[in-house]
Design a protein around this ligand. Structure first.
Ligand SMILES: [Zn+2]
Ligand SMILES: [Zn+2]
Length: 329
C-alpha cells in the first residue's frame, strides 16, 4: 500500500512524499489529476444584447429610445422623469464592447470557479438530470450560474472576475485572490451583461476543467558522504550544507536539505576545476520506491481535495477495469 507524507502545503501548492510505490503509480495519479479530476468551469454564456437609456435620476435602464421625449415616450419606466436631453436626463449604453463575445466566453472559462464536490455533480450523473436528454440537463445540483452587469467609463473600466455575482450561496463567489482577473475593458457608452453557467467537467475534455498545473514527481534522493577528507573542499566554500547535516553513517535524508545539497554540489561537479580532486566525495543516490510529488491548483479547490478526487477517479477506473476483466475471462 502506498504511503503518503505531506512535506509542504499551502492554499494552492502541495509537496508529498510517496513511499512503497513505483513510477507507474505516481504517473497514473499525475495523469488523473490533470485529466480526470472533477472541476467546475464556465461552459455556456448568455450575453444580453441591446442598447439602453440610463435614467440619470434613478439609474433605471430603459429600453433604448422608447421612453425618450423625442420619440414620444412618457419618460423613465421607473421614476417617470422626462428623458429630454442626452447627457443631462439620460445616457445611452450599448452592449458593444471591443472584445467579441466568443473571446469573453473563452476568458470566463479560464476563471477558477470554487468547486464543491459534495454539492455539485457531473450533469450526466446528477441525481435530477441523469435520465434527461443532454439539452434538458441542468439544475441547482449540477449547474452554477454567475451574472454580471458592468458599465464602462470615460477613462475605461476593467471588468474583472470579481464583477460576477453568484446566484446562490456566498461561499461560491469567485475567491478574493482571483477577483482581479481581467475580462474586458469598457469605455463610456459600452456595457456588458451576461449569465454564465458553470458545469462539472474533466481536464480530458478541455483544459479549463483541469484544476492543476505543474504536476511533477522526482525520485527521492539522499546525500551520501563517501570521503570525509575530500568533502572538506565543499565545506570550505562556506555554503549552506555542512558536515554536521550528515548523520553518523554519513547520510543526509532531510528532503529540503538534500535539494540544497544537490544545488551546492554543482560547485564541485561537472565543469568545475575541482571535479577531479573532489572525485565524488559526496554523492546523492535515489531511494527505491520513494518519490517526491508536487503540484499547484488553479484555485478552484484545495490541493488535498484535488488529490482525493484524483485518487477516487483513478480507483473508479481501475474498479471498472477489474469488472471488465472478470466479465471477459
Ligand atoms: Zn428614472
Ligand atoms: Zn442536475
Amino acid at each position: 500500500m502506498v504511503k503518503m507524507e505531506i512535506i509542504e502545503e499551502s492554499a494552492e501548492k502541495i509537496k508529498i512524499l510517496f513511499k512503497e510505490t513505483d513510477r507507474a503509480f505516481a504517473n497514473a495519479l499525475r495523469r488523473s489529476l490533470m485529466s480526470n479530476t472533477p472541476k467546475m468551469a464556465i461552459e455556456t454564456v448568455r450575453f444580453q444584447m441591446g442598447s439602453f437609456d440610463l435614467c440619470l435620476s434613478c439609474s433605471h435602464l430603459n429600453p433604448a429610445a422608447v421612453a425618450r421625449d423625442s420619440s414620444g415616450g412618457s419618460g423613465c419606466d421607473n421614476c417617470g422623469k422626462k428623458l429630454e436631453k442626452e447627457g443631462v436626463d439620460y445616457n445611452v449604453w450599448e452592449t458593444n464592447g471591443a472584445l467579441p463575445d466568443e473571446m469573453i466566453a473563452q476568458r470566463l472559462a479560464m476563471v477558477p470557479i470554487p468547486t464543491n464536490h459534495e454539492q455539485f455533480h457531473y450533469e450526466e450523473t446528477c441525481p435530477n438530470c441523469k435520465d434527461l436528454v443532454h439539452e434538458d440537463r441542468g439544475c441547482p445540483a449540477c449547474n452554477m450560474i454567475y451574472t454580471c452587469k458592468a458599465f464602462g467609463s470615460e477613462e475605461g473600466t476593467t471588468v474583472t472576475a470579481g464583477d460576477m455575482i453568484y446566484l446562490g450561496d456566498q461561499s461560491l463567489e469567485i475567491p478574493e485572490h482571483y477577483r482581479a482577473i481581467p475580462i474586458t475593458k469598457l469605455y463610456k457608452g459600452q456595457m456588458l451583461e451576461f449569465y454564465a453557467t458553470a458545469v462539472m467537467g474533466r481536464g480530458s475534455q478541455h483544459a479549463k476543467w483541469s484544476p492543476v498545473c505543474g504536476v511533477t514527481f522526482v525520485p527521492r534522493q539522499v546525500g551520501i558522504l563517501n570521503v570525509k577528507t575530500r568533502a572538506k573542499m565543499l565545506w570550505d566554500l562556506n555554503l549552506e550544507i555542512t558536515a554536521k547535516d550528515f548523520d553518523k553513517d554519513g547520510r543526509l535524508e532531510d528532503i529540503a536539505k538534500v535539494e540544497t545539497l544537490v544545488r551546492e554540489l554543482h560547485h564541485v561537479g561537472d565543469g568545475t576545476e575541482v571535479k577531479v580532486d573532489f572525485n565524488d566525495a559526496i554523492t546523492v543516490e535515489e531511494v527505491p520506491g520513494e518519490f517526491i510529488f508536487s503540484f499547484e491548483t488553479d484555485g478552484s479547490m484545495a490541493p488535498q481535495t484535488a488529490l482525493k478526487m484524483a485518487s477516487a477517479a483513478l480507483s473508479t477506473s481501475f474498479g471498472s477495469l477489474e469488472e471488465d476483466l472478470v466479465a471477459a475471462l
